[in-house]
Write a protein that binds this ligand. Structure first.
Ligand code: KG4
Ligand code: ZN
Length: 341
């Protein structure tokens, strides 16, 4: 049946989550995510295991998304997929699947930059739900286990990277510190939980970087040496001060992110600020980000958690905007692990 509806299937497979999502005329109908428990035993994502799990998960994930949306394959207008940055093996599974399916259906495929997807997650809304989009130009802070970026978003297409981490991502700093104090992977949510019960009574050296770039690897070393010295004096230091250690680490990471965001606001004067990525779940960061917007008298946007972490709805959203402009990718488009915004 011919319709004028635009129906986009989005596929996300950049790291360890296999996602499939359906958008109809820019509104979300389904957002399915298959996580990968297999990595927990290794204390981090194992790339080879991730790509094998994507291979197992991708067909059922897409099938469930189509079923939940009540959409048949033949009704799809285009298929959007993550083309990078990410783990090469994982990207290859999603991109090959998306391109093959699009070819089989005779519809266009659209390669999407994962970081643009995170930013466009602010535009996702379900059918019947009011939209609550940030106004342009807005300042986006994307913080996850793989990325930490400040971007000035002039429009859906025009995005300007103002600063990013020079080494580890903020989520990595949470996860690596958690490992040092014996918390399981991913440790970010656990640090958050313990931080709520403690006080930020310890301080660590913060990196001195003049521009809007950030660094988190020095902090990791500072925490390591701090713990080593304290344990020498008091062998049970970690167990006895776990909540305060978590509160102090969280406080330090949040301060670094907020200082840079604040500086970017002063220089670039955005209309709104917007937070995304898995670390956007952190209670300390959410509170500080919201306060920062209030201090500057600007709007603050933090999407629902399911759109902050890696998900296919954000890829479908980016695909929807590209489809509106007729900007498709050819079958020759190959994923890039280090794709830069
Ligand atoms: O966006 P995401 O699901 O995956 C990518 O890394 O792309 O983000 C996962 C990251 C992990 O580093 C995890 O520890 C962190 O987000 N995270 C948190 C919290 N919830 C998730 N970090 C601090 N506090 C949290 N509540
Ligand atoms: Zn991500």
């Amino acid at each position: 049946m011919l319709t004028n509806d635009t129906i986009i299937l989005g596929i996300e497979s950049s790291c360890d989550d296999t996602g499939a999502s359906i958008l109809k005329n820019g509104k979300l109908l389904a957002n399915i995510i298959a996580g990968q428990e297999v990595h927990a035993a290794y204390g981090g994502v194992v790339p080879e295991l991730a790509s094998r799990a994507h291979q197992r998960n991708i067909v059922p994930t897409v099938e469930v998304a189509l079923r939940e949306a009540g959409v048949s394959k033949s009704a799809l207008s285009a298929i959007a997929y993550t083309k990078g940055p990410g783990l090469m093996g994982s990207l290859l599974v999603g991109s090959s699947f998306a391109k093959s399916m699009a070819l089989g259906l005779g519809i266009p495929s659209i390669g999407v930059d994962h970081m643009r997807g995170h930013i466009l997650a602010h535009f996702i809304s379900k059918v019947g739900e009011p939209t609550n989009e940030p106004r342009f130009p807005f300042l986006s802070l994307t913080v996850s286990g793989g990325h930490t970026q400040l971007v000035l978003v002039h429009s859906v297409e025009k995005m300007e990277v103002l600063g990013k981490t020079l080494d580890d991502a903020a989520g990595e700093a949470f996860d690596k510190t958690a490992k040092m104090i014996g918390l399981p992977y991913p440790g970010g949510p656990l640090i958050d939980k313990h931080a709520k019960l403690g006080n930020p009574s310890f301080s660590f050296n913060k990196p001195k970087i003049a521009d809007l770039n950030m660094s988190f690897s020095g902090l990791k070393t500072s925490i390591l040496y701090f713990l080593r010295d304290q344990i020498k004096e008091e062998p049970d230091f970690v167990a006895l001060h776990l909540n305060d250690i978590c509160a102090s680490v969280q406080n330090c990471i949040v301060e670094i992110l907020i200082e840079k965001t604040s500086k970017a606001i002063r220089i670039h004067k955005p209309v709104d600020i917007a937070l995304s990525g898995g670390v956007a779940a952190n209670s300390g960061l959410r509170a500080a980000f919201t306060d920062l917007a209030q201090v500057h008298g600007i709007g603050c946007h933090i999407p629902a958690f399911e759109y902050c972490t890696d998900n296919a709805a954000m890829i479908a959203m980016a695909g929807h905007f590209l489809h509106e402009k007729g900007l498709y990718s050819g079958l020759e488009t190959v994923p890039s692990a280090n794709l830069a915004l």
